[in-house]
Design a protein around this ligand. Sequence first.
Ligand code: TYD
Length: 223
Amino acid sequence: MAKGLFISFEGIDGAGKSTHVEALARAFKQAQRRVTLTREPGGTPLAEKLRNMVLNDVMDPLTEALLIFSARRDHLKNMIEPALERGDVVLCDRFTDATFAYQGHGRQFNLEVLSQLERWVQQIENSTQLRQPDMTLWFSLDPSIAAKRLVGARIPDRFESQPIDFFQKVHLGYQSRMNASPQRFVCINADQTKEQVWGDVVTTMTQKQWLLAHDFLNSGQAS
Ligand code: TYD
């Protein structure tokens, strides 16, 4: 049985990661891998309820952090860990790096508290290790360009409606998470055409030998 693989996708709102998550799912399926495509906050019925609260209800920063980590706990226990156990490729649209970037750096919430919650929530059963993605693709984009892309796109949630200096901080938050775990992160330049960004995603996967060039023939991203 193939070994489970956990890949997370990160970036500020407007960086354009989500279409690539879906295309990558198609490529892994083409390679005969079982894929669990999921997102945070969310992914399970309970975590989706918590997501709705986090994105729409006004709350203080500690409440927000606790709800996000509660959602993550449920998601890990009931979806991510069983999927990895089965040998699935788990593609997760955002994970804990988003919490450090948005809550920690964007909202300036205490990073030590977030680290403590990360240790509690992500500890692997019967181990001292924390569950972390095998790879994190960070779609890096200047916040002023992201803001232009988002104009008129849809009704903004509590995060999308934040001013640009919030996203500058979030961007720096991602940078500092990457500096702390350079072996896990791959920085994708999102200031390119969708086809070029996808080309970089393909190169990353083939270099790792997680996928071969022909697995991408029907993934349908570049159009
Ligand atoms: P997003 O991936 O942008 O979903 P959608 O494309 O449907 O809008 O995620 C929703 C928002 O949640 C995004 O603005 C970032 C925020 N978020 C946090 O603030 N902290 C977190 O830990 C996570 C996972 C997301």
